[in-house]
Design a protein around this ligand. Structure first.
Ligand SMILES: *Cc1c(COP(=O)(O)O)cnc(C)c1O
Length: 362
């Protein structure tokens, strides 16, 4: 009974909360990359489309293709196109985000080869994250390229590196200033009229004054915004539950799990849980780091996480084989669980493997 329960009513709450914080002219781009943050891509996207989302974003073109093949009609941005995915972008009417001289040139060649006109594209600037994006100094070159009617420029954007950190942090100020300058320069060229956007989920909470024409929200739709006080205003969408496979009484001096992971110093009751690192249970949660809930009580993970299972100490918990195990959800938040393993909600959520059944609740 391993299942990831997906509560669409919680998604709806988060969506409406975020919308309620937007200026009247600001659009919400729903980021549904990585199977909607490891949840259930189609169920999540379809509900958001029904709620009024008109633009989605994915990381890679194959994710966008899946959405189109399954009837999503809204606009779909592909954040990180690669030449091998250009045909998928074109054939599925996705929108390409162009982030480098190389990618822009190659995409342009493809459009010319296919004799396409006015293909929707977005320009991504690197203002300080130093991951993907044009240098601000490419402005003139980009404007020149975009004069070709192969392209229609839909938007200009950038991405903050520390959007959840204190507003005043130098890198935040530097990136925002750089983006504002780029925006002024683009606006000064009046014949093209793109939209502008900068903020992800925590950016929206931290910098509501820089919403511009759109915000790009992913994790917040799933109930997290990278700070406890912001998380409180949202509700987790995913809940991971399972049940105890077996219980052992382990004697003093014995070990639990592979590689002598846990030496037992007094007799202990140990429960085996049927989820492992193949299901996305990060190995760093082993050895007293991670905790789950069994019959309302906290059970600590002991020993190393195995591929298909892990063990918890239930010495002080009244429980039997088959009892429900609550791994994360509204309680035992995935954000806290992630922190106990030195990682973040994004990683734990997107790691939940395909063996775990997704069960959708309306
Ligand atoms: C993933 C991503 C987002 C969404 O970020 P969240 O923190 O999940 O809201 C926004 N913009 C870009 C460019 C991204 O890659």
């Amino acid at each position: 009974m391993n299942q990831l329960n997906i509560y669409l009513s919680n998604l709806e709450h988060n969506y409406k909360f975020l919308k309620g914080n937007l200026n009247s002219g600001t659009n919400l781009i729903a980021v549904v990359k990585a199977s909607a943050y490891g949840s259930a891509l189609l169920a999540i996207t379809k509900r958001l489309e029904k709620l009024g989302v008109n633009t989605f974003a994915v990381a890679y073109s194959n994710e966008g293709k899946i959405l189109r093949k399954n009837g999503i009609k809204s606009r779909i941005m592909v954040f990180y196109p690669q030449p091998s995915g250009f045909d998928d972008i074109i054939d599925n009417k996705l929108e390409a985000c162009l982030y480098s001289v190389n990618i822009l040139k190659k995409f342009h060649e493809k459009l010319i080869f296919k004799k396409l006109r006015n293909f929707p594209v977005h320009i991504k600037y690197n203002t300080g994250l130093n991951r993907l994006g044009f240098k601000p100094s490419c402005f003139d070159w980009i404007i020149n390229q975009l004069k070709d009617d192969a392209f229609t420029l839909k938007s200009i954007y950038s991405h903050l590196a520390v959007s959840q950190a204190k507003k005043e942090i130098e890198l935040n100020k530097k990136q925002i200033e750089s983006f504002l300058k780029l925006r002024d320069k683009h606006i000064a060229i009046s014949e093209i009229n793109p939209k502008f956007h900068l903020l992800n989920s925590s950016g929206l909470f931290n910098f509501p004054e820089f919403q511009f024409d759109a915000v790009r929200c992913g994790i917040a739709l799933h109930g997290f915004a990278n700070r406890p006080e912001w998380d409180k205003q949202l509700i987790p969408v995913a809940e991971l539950i399972t049940s105890i496979s077996q219980i052992h009484l382990v004697k003093k001096g014995e070990y639990v799990g592979y590689d002598f992971g846990c030496k037992v110093n007094e007799e202990k009751k140990i429960a085996t849980i049927p989820l492992g690192h193949a299901d996305g249970i990060n190995r760093k949660l082993g050895n007293q780091k991670g905790k789950v809930l069994i019959n309302g009580k906290i059970a600590t993970i002991v020993g190393n996480i195995c591929m298909d299972m892990f063990m918890v100490d239930v010495t002080k918990i009244s429980c039997s084989e088959g009892d429900k195990v609550y791994v994360f959800g509204n309680e035992n938040s995935v954000s806290d669980l992630a922190h106990s393993a030195g990682t973040i909600s994004y990683e734990l959520l997107t790691a939940i493997g395909p063996r775990v059944k997704r069960v959708i609740y309306d």
